[in-house]
Design a protein around this ligand. Structure first.
Ligand code: MV4
Length: 505
């Protein structure tokens, strides 16, 4: 195997859209040249225009372009790229791609093929982290025959979940409430897993109901340093698609953050992890937390962590790949303020989130203090059905959760996209809902308790105080606000409790 260069000058970005642009920007700031790849429909895309050079790799379907390892490596060789950043999706979590890069003497800006493979098999991941002392949901740890699984099911107890070993992200999952339903569910889960992943292996876990999805961002370098960058609350999702993320989580206090952070480091060390990664946890109502899976890539929602830590995660990834040390130690990580990210998707929230395609005829992006927009499209661009519906991420920072929330409402109201339907109205409704403002939501909220237009009269000053107090719990005795009469005032928690009750009625 050729030796991986640690000094590199030119980075190929094996991706498209907002994340390709994000990575190109980090490279430019570091003085690195960039190579874009594009399919037919992306010929004039923003990521192509931002890169130093760009190469065509085929037709729009990902299988024929962005997933073609051979074509991408060929471009790397022709362009003289000495590193490849995979972004998220596409080839980001394919151990064979990471290995192929290394075999060609090209640095893969991400973890080792071994770590990707270990975490990609959910049963191996579960066993590996469990042996390292990480709490996992009670369940099965090895692949078993159908009759053995059924015996294990009664040991675990109902309700339970059947999960695909090759799955992740909720694909191939089945809930089983009663023993008599087990056999049927097992067969349909195996069939679905076989069709989706070419692997019908499944395992079982006890079902944790009403949990929150909270994940820990970690960074690990080649010198054995591993740090955590706080958590992201990702419970606002629909059909396993995240719609909004925030950091810190309004549910996580200092003690829980530290415990989850330490456990995340144990999980990372268990696979000798290197580069940026995320440990997903399910946190129940009593604040017990359980390992779900590890994502061995840069994630869509990384900007909320960047805002509250003031760290550039993509630059850290490049640093790590170059064999340098992390720019900070754990003691130098401080969570400052609060950040919220809204995923702006080309889909119609008034019509069951139906994908919306067509040309963006006009677009005005929000700007101003504490606002960041990561996008890969501009007015005149076409949104096609070939790729995911994410057209932009709107991220807002505030000194408090309340300020971040009000800033997000302001930014959403400035955002104008013509020619397509977007989920901006969904986010506006969500930010006006009492449960979101109060931080009282779990992974079932959007699908089971939320409805468009269900919000009450919005009182920004009350909402901001509640959002801030909930997030900061006892740390701030009262919130400093500007009252309707224009005077600054302290609002006691008692007074707020009263206002909060009013919002509920
Ligand atoms: C669970 C669970 C409850 N109990 N496992 C869904 C995606 C995959 N990463 C794991 N998932 C879940 N696993 C046990 N034992 C509930 C979910 C789940 C979920 C998790 C995170 C975010 C959103 C979710 C929505 C539905 C179910």
């Amino acid at each position: 195997m050729a030796e991986t260069p640690t000094l590199f000058r030119k980075v190929l970005i094996a991706n498209r859209g907002e994340i390709a642009v994000r990575i190109i920007r980090a490279c430019r700031e570091l003085g690195l040249r960039t190579v874009a790849v594009y399919s037919d429909v992306d010929r004039n895309a923003m990521h192509v225009r931002h890169a130093t050079e760009a190469y065509h790799i085929g037709p729009p379907p990902p299988r024929e372009s962005y997933l073609r390892i051979d074509k991408i490596l060929d471009v790397a060789k022709r362009s003289g790229a000495d590193a490849i950043h995979p972004g998220y999706g596409f080839l980001a979590e394919r151990p064979d791609f990471a290995q192929a890069c290394l075999d060609e003497g090209i640095a893969f800006i991400g973890p080792t093929p071994e770590a990707i493979a270990a975490m990609g098999d959910k049963v191996v991941a579960r066993r590996t982290v469990q042996e390292a002392g990480v709490p996992v949901v009670p369940g099965t740890d090895v692949m078993l025959r159908d009759d053995e699984l059924e015996a294990e099911a009664s040991r675990i107890g109902y309700p339970l979940l059947i999960k695909a070993a090759a799955g992740g992200g909720g694909k191939g999952m089945r809930r089983v409430d009663r023993p008599e339903d087990f056999e049927g569910a097992l067969h349909s889960a195996r069939r679905e897993a076989e069709a989706a992943f070419g692997d019908g292996s499944v395992y079982l876990e006890k079902l944790i109901e009403g949990g929150r999805h909270i994940e820990i961002q970690i960074l690990a370098d080649t010198h054995g340093n591993v740090i955590y960058l706080g958590e992201r609350e990702c419970s606002i999702q629909r059909r396993h698609q995240k719609l909004l993320e925030e950091s810190p989580s309004p549910f996580v206090n200092e003690a829980l953050r530290r415990r989850m952070g330490e456990v995340a480091l144990q999980a990372a060390r268990a696979v000798n992890y290197c580069n940026a990664g995320t440990i997903e946890f399910l946190v129940d109502r009593d604040r017990n937390f359980y390992f779900l899976e590890m994502n061995t890539r840069l994630q869509v929602e990384h900007p909320v962590t960047e805002f509250v830590t003031n760290l550039d995660i993509v630059k850290e990834q490049i640093r790590i790949a170059r064999g340098r040390k992390l720019s900070r130690t754990q003691d130098e990580i401080e969570i400052k303020g609060a950040a919220i990210e809204c995923r702006i998707n080309a889909e119609d929230p008034y019509n069951n989130f139906l994908p919306s395609t067509g040309t963006i005829t006009a677009m005005t992006l929000p700007t101003g203090p504490g606002v960041r927009v990561d996008t890969g499209v501009t007015a005149g661009d076409q949104i096609t059905p070939y790729y995911d519906p994410l057209i932009s991420k709107l991220i807002c920072w505030g000194d408090t959760r309340g300020e971040a929330l009000l800033r997000m409402r302001r930014a959403l109201s400035e955002y104008k996209i013509m020619g397509l339907k977007t989920n901006i109205p969904f986010h506006q409704n969500l930010l006006d809902s009492a449960r979101f403002i109060g931080g009282q939501y779990d992974t079932t909220f959007v699908e089971e308790r939320f409805s468009m237009g269900g919000g009450r009269e919005f009182r920004p000053e009350i909402a901001a105080i509640i959002a801030t107090l909930v997030a900061h719990e006892e740390r701030r005795k009262a919130a400093q606000i500007v009252r309707r009469d224009g005077r600054d005032g302290q609002v006691s928690k008692w007074k707020l409790a009263g206002r909060w009750e009013q919002m509920w009625r």
